[in-house]
Design a protein around this ligand. Sequence first.
Ligand code: SF4
Length: 280
Amino acid sequence: MISVDDSRHDLRADCSQCVGLCCVALAFARSADFAFDKPAGDPCVNLDGDDRCSIHPRLRDSGFAGCTVFDCFGAGQQVTQHTFAGASWRDGAEIRASMFAVFPVMRQLHELLWYLEDALALPAAASLHPALRRARSEVRSVTEAAAVTIGETGLEELRGAAALLLRDAARLARESGPIGAGPRHAARSRLRPGADLVGADLRGADLRGAELRGALLLGADLRDADLSRAELIGADLRGARLDGADLRDAIYLTQVQVNSATGDAATRLPLTLSRPSHWG
Ligand code: SF4
């Protein structure tokens, strides 16, 4: 099981230390997740003067479900408090442009750090921990750099090198225990990276050790499924049903994925993640 430590306290969003960057810098398209079109750089009309969401308790009922799914992995407070030393996008056009350019990059860097922390918490991947720690240091040094350096970062290069390590770490973890028999009504061969499992009936499936990297699991029925040691990096879990599912040892599961699915009190999550309030 992934252990809880404080090494990723700065990878969790702390909106009190941010200036509402996600509500201003990002673009939203009118959809089931967002009630209107909002261009990047325009403050959302629901953002108040203190950079707080004025409809936060009723986001879902107001047509902003997407806002309850989003997670910046702590990029907002890093950009606000560290990169820009407490400044705000309200302080002028120059700082606004720079902050809005840095924020999406920082979010990707923090997401990468989240995955690296996950890999470092996998006992089965201990042989890779020195290389993973080096990768983490490299990414962290970029997150602590000046805005101009962050903007010039070769993100793809950083991610590419880390991706190989993350994949190897996941393989070691997946293979460190029994591999599940798979779905009851479908061939186990359907369980593969990038698999199209949209709306699939995977209820009660033994998915231990499944390689579901990048799988499309939109609306899939995963109730009571066992996803121990299943690799879920990049898997699309929007609308998936996780009631009673066991995800405690799922590999590379994020808060965004959990937020985008539905579950219940019986869903078992990794200790590093929170049960979404909108699950009821
Ligand atoms: S609705 Fe609230 S949380 Fe969503 S973008 Fe607007 S201010 Fe931010």
